[in-house]
Design a protein. Structure first.
Length: 265
Protein backbone atom coordinates (compact mmCIF):
# COMPACT_ATOMS: atom_id res chain seq x y z
CA UNK A 1 0.00 0.00 0.00
CA UNK A 2 1.17 3.50 -0.80
CA UNK A 3 2.27 5.61 2.15
CA UNK A 4 -0.10 8.51 2.87
CA UNK A 5 1.81 11.46 4.34
CA UNK A 6 0.23 13.74 6.91
CA UNK A 7 -0.13 17.47 6.60
CA UNK A 8 3.15 19.41 6.74
CA UNK A 9 4.50 19.33 10.27
CA UNK A 10 2.20 16.46 11.30
CA UNK A 11 0.11 18.79 13.53
CA UNK A 12 -1.91 15.98 15.14
CA UNK A 13 1.17 13.90 15.96
CA UNK A 14 0.11 10.76 14.15
CA UNK A 15 2.69 7.97 14.31
CA UNK A 16 4.33 7.54 10.91
CA UNK A 17 7.08 5.01 11.67
CA UNK A 18 5.28 2.11 13.37
CA UNK A 19 7.46 -0.57 14.96
CA UNK A 20 6.58 -4.15 14.05
CA UNK A 21 8.61 -5.62 16.91
CA UNK A 22 8.44 -3.05 19.73
CA UNK A 23 11.23 -0.53 20.17
CA UNK A 24 11.43 -1.48 23.86
CA UNK A 25 12.05 -5.09 22.84
CA UNK A 26 14.80 -4.12 20.40
CA UNK A 27 16.45 -1.96 23.06
CA UNK A 28 16.99 -5.02 25.26
CA UNK A 29 19.28 -6.38 22.52
CA UNK A 30 21.43 -3.27 22.13
CA UNK A 31 25.17 -3.27 22.75
CA UNK A 32 27.12 -0.62 24.66
CA UNK A 33 26.74 2.02 21.93
CA UNK A 34 22.96 1.62 21.85
CA UNK A 35 22.70 -0.27 18.55
CA UNK A 36 21.96 -3.81 17.44
CA UNK A 37 23.70 -5.83 14.74
CA UNK A 38 21.21 -6.44 11.95
CA UNK A 39 21.63 -8.60 8.85
CA UNK A 40 19.67 -7.13 5.95
CA UNK A 41 18.89 -9.82 3.40
CA UNK A 42 18.58 -7.61 0.32
CA UNK A 43 21.98 -6.06 1.10
CA UNK A 44 23.48 -9.40 2.12
CA UNK A 45 25.44 -7.75 4.90
CA UNK A 46 25.26 -6.74 8.54
CA UNK A 47 24.81 -3.18 9.81
CA UNK A 48 24.87 -1.50 13.21
CA UNK A 49 21.53 0.30 13.68
CA UNK A 50 19.67 1.89 16.56
CA UNK A 51 16.18 0.70 17.61
CA UNK A 52 14.51 3.83 16.20
CA UNK A 53 15.76 3.13 12.66
CA UNK A 54 12.95 3.03 10.10
CA UNK A 55 13.97 -0.46 8.92
CA UNK A 56 12.20 -1.85 11.98
CA UNK A 57 9.00 0.00 11.09
CA UNK A 58 5.99 -0.03 8.83
CA UNK A 59 5.19 3.37 7.31
CA UNK A 60 1.74 4.36 8.59
CA UNK A 61 0.20 1.05 7.60
CA UNK A 62 -2.26 0.91 10.51
CA UNK A 63 -4.18 3.74 12.15
CA UNK A 64 -3.52 5.65 15.37
CA UNK A 65 -6.09 3.65 17.33
CA UNK A 66 -4.23 0.45 16.52
CA UNK A 67 -0.86 2.04 17.25
CA UNK A 68 -1.40 3.95 20.51
CA UNK A 69 -4.52 2.18 21.75
CA UNK A 70 -4.92 -1.51 20.94
CA UNK A 71 -1.25 -2.20 20.19
CA UNK A 72 0.14 -0.20 23.08
CA UNK A 73 -2.03 -2.01 25.65
CA UNK A 74 -0.80 -5.40 24.43
CA UNK A 75 2.80 -4.18 24.27
CA UNK A 76 2.73 -2.64 27.74
CA UNK A 77 1.52 -5.87 29.35
CA UNK A 78 4.18 -7.88 27.55
CA UNK A 79 7.00 -5.45 28.39
CA UNK A 80 6.05 -5.63 32.08
CA UNK A 81 6.16 -9.43 31.86
CA UNK A 82 9.50 -9.34 30.04
CA UNK A 83 11.02 -7.16 32.78
CA UNK A 84 9.70 -9.52 35.44
CA UNK A 85 11.20 -12.55 33.65
CA UNK A 86 14.58 -10.83 33.31
CA UNK A 87 14.59 -9.79 36.97
CA UNK A 88 13.64 -13.31 38.07
CA UNK A 89 10.36 -12.34 39.73
CA UNK A 90 8.50 -14.44 37.14
CA UNK A 91 10.01 -17.88 36.56
CA UNK A 92 7.23 -19.70 34.72
CA UNK A 93 4.46 -18.92 32.22
CA UNK A 94 1.20 -19.53 34.08
CA UNK A 95 -2.35 -19.00 32.88
CA UNK A 96 -2.17 -15.21 33.27
CA UNK A 97 1.24 -14.94 31.58
CA UNK A 98 0.18 -17.30 28.77
CA UNK A 99 -2.53 -14.88 27.65
CA UNK A 100 -0.05 -11.98 27.64
CA UNK A 101 2.50 -13.93 25.59
CA UNK A 102 -0.04 -15.13 23.05
CA UNK A 103 -1.64 -11.72 22.57
CA UNK A 104 1.82 -10.27 21.98
CA UNK A 105 2.93 -13.02 19.59
CA UNK A 106 -0.26 -12.57 17.56
CA UNK A 107 0.18 -8.78 17.50
CA UNK A 108 3.79 -9.07 16.31
CA UNK A 109 2.88 -11.57 13.61
CA UNK A 110 -0.13 -9.55 12.45
CA UNK A 111 1.85 -6.30 12.26
CA UNK A 112 4.41 -8.05 10.07
CA UNK A 113 1.58 -9.24 7.81
CA UNK A 114 0.28 -5.66 7.59
CA UNK A 115 3.73 -4.37 6.71
CA UNK A 116 4.38 -6.92 3.97
CA UNK A 117 0.88 -7.16 2.51
CA UNK A 118 -0.77 -3.85 3.39
CA UNK A 119 -4.44 -3.27 4.14
CA UNK A 120 -6.69 -2.59 1.17
CA UNK A 121 -9.22 0.24 1.23
CA UNK A 122 -12.86 -0.81 1.64
CA UNK A 123 -15.62 0.37 -0.69
CA UNK A 124 -18.87 1.13 1.12
CA UNK A 125 -21.54 0.43 -1.48
CA UNK A 126 -24.50 2.75 -1.27
CA UNK A 127 -22.76 5.04 1.23
CA UNK A 128 -21.13 8.17 -0.10
CA UNK A 129 -19.80 9.55 3.18
CA UNK A 130 -19.07 13.15 4.01
CA UNK A 131 -16.47 15.21 2.24
CA UNK A 132 -13.71 15.71 4.77
CA UNK A 133 -10.66 17.90 4.59
CA UNK A 134 -7.23 16.43 5.28
CA UNK A 135 -7.22 18.20 8.64
CA UNK A 136 -10.63 16.80 9.58
CA UNK A 137 -9.51 13.28 8.64
CA UNK A 138 -6.42 13.56 10.81
CA UNK A 139 -8.38 14.95 13.75
CA UNK A 140 -10.76 11.98 13.55
CA UNK A 141 -7.90 9.48 13.32
CA UNK A 142 -6.05 11.08 16.23
CA UNK A 143 -9.23 10.62 18.28
CA UNK A 144 -9.46 6.93 17.27
CA UNK A 145 -12.58 7.51 15.15
CA UNK A 146 -13.51 5.69 11.93
CA UNK A 147 -14.51 7.72 8.89
CA UNK A 148 -15.20 7.30 5.18
CA UNK A 149 -14.36 9.58 2.28
CA UNK A 150 -16.08 9.39 -1.10
CA UNK A 151 -17.69 6.06 -0.32
CA UNK A 152 -14.49 4.33 0.83
CA UNK A 153 -12.73 3.66 4.12
CA UNK A 154 -8.96 3.51 4.28
CA UNK A 155 -7.73 0.01 5.01
CA UNK A 156 -5.52 1.11 7.89
CA UNK A 157 -8.59 2.31 9.82
CA UNK A 158 -9.81 -1.30 10.03
CA UNK A 159 -6.51 -2.63 11.36
CA UNK A 160 -7.68 -3.02 14.96
CA UNK A 161 -10.54 -5.27 13.83
CA UNK A 162 -8.03 -7.50 12.05
CA UNK A 163 -5.81 -7.50 15.15
CA UNK A 164 -8.67 -8.77 17.32
CA UNK A 165 -9.89 -11.23 14.71
CA UNK A 166 -6.50 -12.89 14.27
CA UNK A 167 -5.86 -12.77 18.00
CA UNK A 168 -9.13 -14.45 18.95
CA UNK A 169 -8.53 -17.27 16.47
CA UNK A 170 -4.96 -17.69 17.68
CA UNK A 171 -6.07 -17.92 21.32
CA UNK A 172 -8.62 -20.58 20.40
CA UNK A 173 -6.07 -22.60 18.45
CA UNK A 174 -3.47 -22.50 21.24
CA UNK A 175 -5.62 -23.38 24.25
CA UNK A 176 -3.65 -26.57 24.89
CA UNK A 177 -0.23 -24.97 24.35
CA UNK A 178 2.13 -24.32 27.24
CA UNK A 179 5.03 -21.88 26.93
CA UNK A 180 8.37 -22.21 28.70
CA UNK A 181 11.13 -19.77 29.58
CA UNK A 182 14.40 -20.75 27.88
CA UNK A 183 17.58 -19.30 29.33
CA UNK A 184 21.10 -19.53 27.94
CA UNK A 185 24.29 -19.14 29.99
CA UNK A 186 26.48 -17.65 27.26
CA UNK A 187 25.09 -18.10 23.73
CA UNK A 188 22.76 -15.43 22.41
CA UNK A 189 19.48 -15.42 20.49
CA UNK A 190 18.70 -13.97 17.07
CA UNK A 191 15.46 -12.02 16.51
CA UNK A 192 13.83 -12.17 13.05
CA UNK A 193 11.41 -9.57 11.69
CA UNK A 194 8.87 -12.40 12.11
CA UNK A 195 9.03 -15.98 13.37
CA UNK A 196 6.05 -16.70 11.08
CA UNK A 197 4.68 -20.11 12.13
CA UNK A 198 7.34 -20.87 14.76
CA UNK A 199 6.02 -19.96 18.21
CA UNK A 200 9.00 -18.25 19.85
CA UNK A 201 9.26 -14.82 21.48
CA UNK A 202 12.77 -13.47 22.21
CA UNK A 203 12.92 -11.49 25.45
CA UNK A 204 16.62 -10.61 25.78
CA UNK A 205 19.92 -11.80 24.29
CA UNK A 206 19.89 -14.90 26.53
CA UNK A 207 16.17 -15.41 27.27
CA UNK A 208 13.34 -16.53 24.99
CA UNK A 209 9.79 -17.77 25.54
CA UNK A 210 9.22 -20.96 23.54
CA UNK A 211 6.04 -23.01 22.99
CA UNK A 212 6.08 -26.62 24.24
CA UNK A 213 9.40 -26.25 26.02
CA UNK A 214 9.76 -26.66 29.81
CA UNK A 215 11.30 -23.82 31.78
CA UNK A 216 14.99 -24.61 31.50
CA UNK A 217 18.56 -23.56 30.88
CA UNK A 218 19.10 -24.73 27.32
CA UNK A 219 22.19 -26.01 25.57
CA UNK A 220 24.24 -24.37 22.84
CA UNK A 221 22.71 -26.76 20.29
CA UNK A 222 19.21 -25.74 21.35
CA UNK A 223 20.04 -22.04 21.05
CA UNK A 224 21.48 -22.79 17.62
CA UNK A 225 18.24 -24.52 16.60
CA UNK A 226 16.18 -21.49 17.59
CA UNK A 227 18.57 -19.16 15.78
CA UNK A 228 18.41 -21.23 12.62
CA UNK A 229 14.60 -21.02 12.76
CA UNK A 230 14.86 -17.25 13.15
CA UNK A 231 17.15 -16.85 10.14
CA UNK A 232 15.09 -19.19 7.97
CA UNK A 233 11.81 -17.42 8.70
CA UNK A 234 12.99 -13.81 8.54
CA UNK A 235 11.61 -12.11 5.43
CA UNK A 236 13.79 -8.99 5.31
CA UNK A 237 16.20 -9.00 8.26
CA UNK A 238 17.21 -10.50 11.57
CA UNK A 239 19.17 -8.93 14.41
CA UNK A 240 21.00 -9.68 17.64
CA UNK A 241 23.23 -7.92 20.13
CA UNK A 242 26.23 -9.63 18.53
CA UNK A 243 25.63 -12.00 15.63
CA UNK A 244 29.10 -13.49 16.14
CA UNK A 245 28.05 -15.08 19.46
CA UNK A 246 24.79 -16.49 18.07
CA UNK A 247 25.31 -20.16 17.17
CA UNK A 248 23.42 -21.62 14.19
CA UNK A 249 22.72 -25.15 12.95
CA UNK A 250 21.10 -26.40 9.76
CA UNK A 251 18.50 -28.72 11.28
CA UNK A 252 15.82 -27.96 13.84
CA UNK A 253 15.76 -30.33 16.80
CA UNK A 254 12.33 -31.75 17.88
CA UNK A 255 11.68 -29.43 20.90
CA UNK A 256 11.36 -26.46 18.56
CA UNK A 257 9.00 -27.94 15.97
CA UNK A 258 5.88 -26.32 17.45
CA UNK A 259 4.29 -24.25 14.73
CA UNK A 260 1.09 -22.30 14.48
CA UNK A 261 -1.44 -23.52 11.90
CA UNK A 262 -2.10 -20.24 10.09
CA UNK A 263 -5.07 -21.21 7.97
CA UNK A 264 -7.02 -18.28 9.41
CA UNK A 265 -4.35 -15.71 8.39
Amino acid sequence: MKFEPTQPGNPHRLTLDQHVFPKAGIQRFTNLDGSVEIFVKKLNRALQLRPNNSIFCAKRVWDQKTESGVGKRIEDRFQALARAIISGSVTTIGIFEKRIVEEFFSLWRTRHKFKTEGLADISLHGITGASLTKDQQEILESNHTLYAVDGAMKGRLMASLHIFGYQNQFLLDTQSIQWGIARSYSDEFIVPDSFDDMMIVPVSPRIAIVADLPDSVITRDQVAAINQAAMARASDYYFARRLSVCPVVREISPPFERRFDDRSY
